[in-house]
Write a protein that binds this ligand. Sequence first.
Ligand code: HEC
Ligand code: HEC
Length: 330
Amino acid sequence: MSRSLCFLALTLLIAGPAFADGVPADIPAGMGPLPGVVPAPADNPASTRKIELGKQLYFDPALSKSGNVSCNSCHNLANGGVDNQRFSIGHQWQRGGRNAPTVLNAAFWSSQFWDGRAAQLEDQAKGPPMNPLEMADDTAEQLIARLKDAGYEPLFSEVFGENALTYDNMAKAIAAFERTLITPDAPFDLYARGEGKISAAAKRGMYKVEELGCTGCHAGPLFTDNSFQRFDYGTDVGRKAVTGNAEDDHLFRVQSWRNIALTAPYFHDGSIATLNQAVRVMAKKQLDADLSDKDASDIVAFLNTLTGKQPRVTYPLLPRPSGKALDFRD
Ligand code: HEC
Ligand code: HEC
């Protein structure tokens, strides 16, 4: 073999397969397609019936004290898993102090919420029903009694066995459903697998985020390293409220870039309306970089390639009692 052929073979071996158009994949280190497998905890294996029950619960406003608020009110699956509001509307038109992140791909997080206060989806799902600003149930017993009246008991038994209508099992079913809410095959993923193209602007943006150092935090296939980083931008102390440690003051979880084109407004306080502006704020605050118009729009072009195939969710029929009025309150 000649030296140049030898070199070519070695290059192919290192760089992997060439693209359809002959351009090598050359994706910055760490970036890659969304994983196809969603991790699930050993004590909550998925089943078709459990996922269906979780979907019913997810869409059911009977989880709320007023009978008006469902998970889908704030995490609308027709709409990127968000409500596009700065602060979501919950019980009696109240608004909380944080922007609702998407439930799409939430299964991949190593902690839930902007401050990481829940470890996994099962823990997270127990939050909203008891949150006075969200679903506002007074006690888990009140909620479970209402779900019983709504006709859920046989559905829980089918999935979890005897005496199965519990708060924990409610959370497990919802979490199992949420693990189906993933968005594969974004244009970037197809590009990374050598199955599609992205625009020249998007490619420039892809290299730019690496050059600038965005990928120091927004790393890996989810474009987050799951760490907590300082984001001094208001009165919310972030992770400090969870751990009590002074060094966690104003730390927030590095947000994923997956489906980010769908999830405006941006940041934990929803203070920034457009992606272009969000990218500039990040560059300035985290990296002290003033982006040119071209760099900002190239980065936005890249972020736009991260919108994956949205889950097609058919609206479930909810179980309902024979003529029994549910216990909804103000
Ligand atoms: C009134 C609006 C509202 C309702 C109702 C609501 N959420 Fe949320 N959700 C939010 C907000 C706001 C946050 C972020 C709160 C924070 O980080 O402190 C959030 C966070 C989450 C997260 C964490 C995502 C992440 O990126 O860490 C998941 C998952 C989630 N909600 C699922 C649900 C489920 C399941 C339900 C129904 C049981 C539900 N939510 C009901 C507003 C809502
Ligand atoms: C030091 C770590 C770090 C670096 C570097 C960094 N980010 Fe971030 N990024 C974060 C954190 C933390 C958040 C969440 C901030 C918040 O809202 O509290 C975030 C949020 C974002 C958001 C908004 C996400 C949403 O859904 O609201 C965008 C867009 C973003 N970053 C883009 C970038 C870009 C582009 C760069 C490079 C110019 C960059 N980031 C560099 C840590 C970082």
